[in-house]
Design a protein around this ligand. Structure first.
Ligand code: HEC
Length: 408
């Protein structure tokens, strides 16, 4: 009894260490479960207390350095902000780090918070490859393109999409390209005459613009407002898959691409800025190069001449580099000043996303989109150039632009 008396009067400070059941489990259900549920894409679950504490220090590090949840574009507001965004607030990061530093207390017995269930898209069309495909891994991942024929009888617009792989841990991303002309449509058809696909890495191996892109953890993807990405009657699409190696026997895969198409929508035009004339010094950690285009040039380059003089609202942005890329920044240079579009400080080829701006940027035909890329060519003994192959490099952004005046 004496020791109790000795403590009387010195009220112990309330323990503010976060606990698993009260603080961390709900946060994981919201921000990690999409990929780290059992049989999820990440290959290991982070559902239960025991699973998480076994990895506690690596969990804390990955959250603190923002490698998890994966979201490459800076969403802190320093550049701009996006929605949806897989982004923890500073407070949420502190919760995880303090919990790990405080020896991962379990907390009171509570019902675990369930992750938000996936709601299926009410698809108007479903695209799949002609037959299942079994990837081959020979030291590399497998990148493969398949031509699909939507068979549309009139021009339509993509409003929303959802990609449903059978083997979530193997399908690392899906990019959907649309040929920019009948000529390039004929070319991709000749690459894939029997529906077995063809090898491709950087793009579709022809002149094709990105039509949609999906990376894991992304559920139904809905385009902003009423707008939709156009697809012309009779045009094929190229589905590009990035398959990552899995343990054990490689399964056959038949991914479904579910889309909502409508016949009438304000167009959301996928434009790009390509930097294809760089020469990177070999064995150099900090190569850098830039490229600029006016919006007028960006429209004309992809055949949207009707909109070359339009003002636009820029809604979305995504970047593309290969394996040596280290950073990618894009801004819109206007007469009123520069507006930051995207700032990827640590490029990672594994995470190709489209980032939707919370506040669209308005721009006119003379405004300039500038991109700055950096690369690390350490270990290469020849200069590196633009190219489609895994040994080559790229520096590209995709921008989703909605014309805000009627076409000329
Ligand atoms: C969009 C999918 C996705 C989400 C969301 C996600 N992860 Fe991951 N995570 C992965 C994948 C895939 C890997 C496998 C390694 C890789 O490819 O980067 C991984 C790997 C990890 C690793 C292994 C170490 C490392 O850094 O590679 C840890 C730890 C981790 N994730 C923790 C988390 C936590 C904690 C959250 C939530 C706060 C989270 N992840 C959210 C996909 C995701």
């Amino acid at each position: 009894m004496l020791w109790l008396l000795a403590c009387a009067g010195t009220e112990p400070a309330p323990d503010t260490t976060p606990t698993w059941t009260e603080d961390v489990q709900p946060l994981f259900a919201e921000h990690c479960a999409a990929c780290h549920a059992s049989a999820g894409l990440a290959g290991f679950p982070l559902d239960t207390y025991d699973e998480v504490i076994a990895l506690a220090s690596v969990v804390a590090t990955s959250v603190e350095d923002r490698s998890m949840p994966p979201f490459l574009a800076d969403n802190s507001g320093e550049c701009t902000t996006y929605s949806p965004a897989r982004w923890l607030t500073e407070d949420e990061i502190a919760t995880v780090v303090d919990w790990v530093d405080g020896d991962t207390p379990y907390g009171p017995e509570l019902e675990p918070v369930e992750p938000t269930p996936v709601q299926d898209l009410e698809a108007t069309h479903v695209f799949t490859t002609a037959q299942p495909y079994t990837p081959t891994f020979e030291g590399w991942d497998d990148w493969r393109c398949f031509v699909v024929e939507p068979g549309l009888e009139q021009d339509m617009f993509l409003r929303a999409y959802q990609v449903v792989p059978q083997n979530r841990d193997m399908v690392h991303h899906v990019a959907i390209f649309k040929p920019i002309s009948d000529l390039s449509a004929a070319q991709v058809r000749s690459f894939d005459p029997d529906g077995e696909g063809y090898r491709c890495f950087g793009g579709a191996n022809t002149q094709a613009g990105l039509w949609a892109i999906w990376s894991p953890g992304q559920d139904v993807y809905r385009l902003p407002g009423e707008a939709g990405v156009p697809i012309e009657a009779g045009m094929p699409l190229v589905l590009q898959f990035h398959y990552a190696p899995v343990e054990g026997e490689v399964p056959a895969e038949l991914t479904e691409v579910r889309v909502e198409l409508t016949t009438d929508a304000p167009p959301l035009l996928p434009l790009w800025v390509l930097n294809d004339d760089f020469e990177l010094d070999p064995d150099t950690p900090n190569n850098a190069d830039s490229q600029s285009r006016t919006l007028r040039e960006m429209m004309q380059e992809l055949g949207w001449d009707d909109y070359a003089e339009s003002n636009v609202a820029l809604h979305g942005v995504g970047g593309h580099m290969h394996l040596m890329g280290t950073s990618l920044r894009a801004e819109v240079q206007k007469s009123t000043g520069d507006e930051c579009l995207m700032d990827i400080k640590r490029w990672d080829y594994d995470w190709h996303d489209i980032y939707m701006l919370e506040e669209p940027i308005s721009a006119g035909p003379d405004d300039v989109v500038n991109i700055d890329c950096t690369w690390d060519t350490t270990g290469r003994d020849e200069p590196v150039y633009w190219g489609d192959d895994i040994e080559d490099e790229m520096c590209t952004i995709l921008v989703l632009a909605e014309p805000t005046d009627p076409p000329q």
